[in-house]
Design a protein around this ligand. Structure first.
Ligand code: PMP
Length: 426
């Protein structure tokens, strides 16, 4: 029995499923999850002393690699002054100013403690601002686990095969309309039907919770036009894509201006941070200036702000995102070539520092339907073969992979060589 197996047995006795977030349990791939003891740069280390090239990166935040000295030192310095005050600090202003500078569509921003809080609050704000109840989301997009948004959701909900969850009253869920990602005709049709009842569209501008699916040409532009036409709020959920696909997020990469943006992951540098922001007139609709209530005991926490600010300073280095994308491209091309040599049908997608690969005959995957029709059993075997090779991929066929600045040419080439051996065994 390995130490991880032993720890998992113990965890199962006192934590539901042995984990504090479902996908960590390896339900999507089978087997026992690895218990991590430390992480540094591009690598994580498990309780049995194994070392892995890590493409999970804490599910996105670790864009500068694990335990970056500048972020660690910012946290240590902040800790000297106390852990939390529940009162305003100058660091919060610096953070807000930095976010506005990097994401120009954001004129005002409010900090929260998770991506779920960011999307939940943005939805409430959009409903309050428009005075409408219905919202529109896309099948396979995940926006955290708030009731309104856990309808036909991706990520763990999709991995576990429960895209809807018990515990959400049908009376709540009925206000959430869902259509197909990358299908503008369905969006237009549903707006024709509900016209002035839809408060907002919320979308992952690059879907990263049903593997990795970039928007097809014209899709995001079309959402912008529909929202303009029906006076609906366009919300980009950039919890995953923010500061990752490009310095200014997917909205910069695809040149679309949303009304509200949700942020998370990278913005906290590994601490629990989320944010939502956007147009002044919408943001000023929240308390204490406006009537829509939203609050948080630990929102804008000084340690979290120090970590996040340090992370945002680091990712502002010129050329960082071009470098991340070049590595995503190299990894995807390497996987495709290695798979082709082994006679395995595989296609890939990437945008900036996120990527995905699909075991399928399709030339390109652009829809939820295609993503869910891929060979999940083959993915599971590949995942475990890669783990044996010392490569830690996301433990689900429905999650994007993440590149960090510390993945050097050596790590990328090692990963492709490992994939080559794994494909040969499939
Ligand atoms: N939105 C998106 C696009 C996400 O990927 C996630 C988390 N993976 C969330 C929201 C929820 O964020 P959190 O897990 O921090 O609540």
């Amino acid at each position: 029995m390995t130490i991880s197996q032993d720890l998992f047995e113990r965890a199962l006795a006192s934590i539901p499923g042995g984990v504090n977030s479902p996908v960590r349990a390896f339900n999507g791939v089978g087997g026992t999850p690895l218990f991590i003891t430390k992480a540094q740069g591009a690598y994580t280390f498990d309780a049995d002393g194994n070392k892995y090239i890590d493409y999970v990166g804490s599910w996105g935040p670790m864009i500068m690699g694990h335990n970056h000295p500048a972020i660690k030192n910012a946290v240590l310095a902040a800790v000297e002054n106390g852990l939390s005050y529940g009162a305003p600090t100058e660091t919060e202003i610096l953070m807000a100013e930095k976010v506005k500078a990097l994401v120009p569509s954001i004129e005002k921003v409010r900090m929260v403690s998770s991506g779920t809080e960011a999307t939940m609050s943005a939805i409430r704000l959009a409903r309050g601002f428009t005075g409408r109840d219905k919202i529109l989301k896309f099948e396979g997009c995940y926006h955290g686990h708030a009731d309104s948004l856990l309808v036909k959701a991706g990520s763990g909900a999709l991995t576990m095969g429960v895209p809807n969850s018990p515990g959400i009253p049908a009376d709540f869920a009925k206000h959430t309309l869902t259509v197909s990602f990358n299908n503008l005709d369905e969006v237009k049709a549903i707006f024709e039907k509900y016209a002035d009842e839809i408060a907002c569209i919320i979308v992952e501008p690059v879907a990263g919770n049903m593997n990795c699916i970039p928007p097809v040409a014209g899709f995001l532009e079309g959402l912008r036009a529909v929202c303009d036409q029906y006076k609906s709020v366009l919300i980009f959920d950039e919890v995953m894509t923010g500061f990752r696909v490009a310095l200014g997020g997917a909205q910069q990469y695809y040149n679309i201006v949303p009304d509200l943006t949700c942020l998370g992951k990278v913005i906290g540098g590994g601490m629990p941070v989320g944010a939502f922001g956007g147009k002044k007139e919408i943001m000023d609709f929240i308390a204490p200036v406006g009537p829509v209530y939203q609050a948080g005991t630990l929102s804008g926490n000084p340690i979290a702000m120090a970590a996040g600010l340090a992370a945002l300073e680091l990712i502002s280095a010129p050329g960082l995102h071009a470098d991340l994308e070049a590595k995503s491209k190299r990894l995807c091309e390497g996987f495709e070539q290695a798979a082709a040599e082994a006679g395995i049908a595989l296609t890939t997608n990437y945008a900036g520092g996120m990527y995905g690969f699909f075991f399928t005959d399709a030339a390109k995957v652009t829809s939820y339907q295609q993503a869910t029709q891929c060979d999940v059993e083959r993915f599971k075997r590949f995942f475990h073969l890669m783990l044996e090779e010392g490569v830690y991929l996301a433990p689900s066929a429905f999650e994007a992979g993440f590149i960090c600045s510390e993945h050097g040419d050596a790590e990328i080439e090692q990963t492709i060589a490992a994939a080559k051996r794994a494909f040969a065994k499939l």
